[in-house]
Design a protein around this ligand. Structure first.
Ligand SMILES: [Zn+2]
Length: 72
């Protein structure tokens, strides 16, 4: 098993690419939370919010709510 390169080695970033986020990158150049946002289409690759971010964020939170309830 080879050593998996860390996000920092892959991207050269110390922190998540989203402006204002100080969390270390976990997936690509995003922290776990913002990678989730990216997967859901809330932000683009550069960490910028998409034009209909608020609408999507609403759906995302509802989705998250459901996911949490399923686990609990
Ligand atoms: Zn982040």
């Amino acid at each position: 098993m080879g050593k998996k390169p860390s996000a920092k080695e892959e991207t050269g970033l110390e922190v998540c690419t989203v402006t204002g986020c100080k969390t270390k990158p976990a997936q690509f150049s995003f922290c776990l939370e913002h990678f989730d946002h990216y997967k859901f289409g809330l932000i683009n690759k550069k960490g910028q919010q998409v034009p209909d971010f608020e609408k999507k964020f609403d759906q995302y939170m509802k989705n998250k709510d459901v996911a949490i309830r399923k686990v609990a």
